[in-house]
Design a protein around this ligand. Sequence first.
Ligand SMILES: [Zn+2]
Length: 415
Amino acid sequence: MVTGENLRIDGDRLWDSLMEMARIGPGIAGGNNRQTLTDEDAEARALFKTWCDEAGLSMGVDQMGTMFMTRPGTDPDALPVYVGSHLDTQPTGGKYDGVLGVLGALEAVRSMNDLGIKTKHPIVVTNWANEEGARFAPAMLASAVFAGVLTQDHAYSRTDLDGKTYGDELKRIGWKGDEEVGTRKMHAYYELHIEQGPILEAEGKDIGVVTHCQGLWWLEFTLTGREAHTGSTPMDMRVNAGLAMARILEMVQEVAMAAQPGAVGGVGQMQFSPNSRNVLPGKVVFTVDIRSPDQAKLDGMRAEIESRAAAICADIGVGCAIDPVGHFDPVTFAPELVGNVRKAAEELGYSHMNLISGAGHDACWAAQVAPATMVMCPCVNGISHNEAEEISREWARAGAEVLFRAVLETAEIVE
Ligand SMILES: [Zn+2]
């Protein structure tokens, strides 16, 4: 008899699996280097498949290399509930980013087996290929093709720093499946992930109920000034692209602060040319990254930044070209699924709060084709994309338990 009280997972088994997976592709400082389509990625996939075989799941692999591991439901006409994340990591990544979501989904299925639970809808534990995008840009590549946002040809042509392509490397590691990408229909999609930010830990909450994912614009600026000697060029005769960049950086900060709360903006990358200490730069290239869960606010920030940047450059006499090189619309997750996550946390006695995902995730693309949401658990000091990434056993357990219960709500237990 399945009752609310015994709907628990095995937190130790989950933790042991996380630690065993972390042995594949070890980093240099306690984390992992298991980049997509490397030999280590293949090894991780094989281990994951072994565990899925033991849990009685059947495998499908699509032409992007995404793994779909199915636990059958009782109704042949019911669409599956997909639950997953990614096993690939950054070059200096942690043990939990992505991995917790895949192995948490596996633990949910293992627990259903232990408890003899049958569901109306099948459950598909999913390992999306190339979530990180560190080796082959952009991030969330396979889920973007799945959602029809990018084409498979485009994805196959992505190259790493050695000039190897996604398509060739996928074949080389033996994980190019035969399923056409994006043909699967989802009843719903859930993803458990570490927060990758400091809010849950600071607020002392076990669970983040994720309501939205931020949208973003990446605006690449190319400022054109005039190279000139820094010593012999009088101040009133300079066309200093570096000065324009500095004023734009300050302005981006002002625009983001004026849009509080619910917006961020900054610059993480810049190139001075010729980048010589006694030459005023003739060319400066940098990328402004602005994000908000609110579409109108996001687009308003972009418009203000572009018009004020044009005025700043005109004042100094610098040429200003702006190229939008990256964009996601904000995502509002499915209210019914979000409600299931909140209810699960409450029933299990875990403290929780609403959260907006600051980073992109496969769930953001899945949300284009199905009702979707995420569950988040804290990570120490908000550190992620870093080998020092850490979570506690209790956080992992709480996250997976909430995932388990919310998935059962959607997949419908058959008594
Ligand atoms: Zn991730």
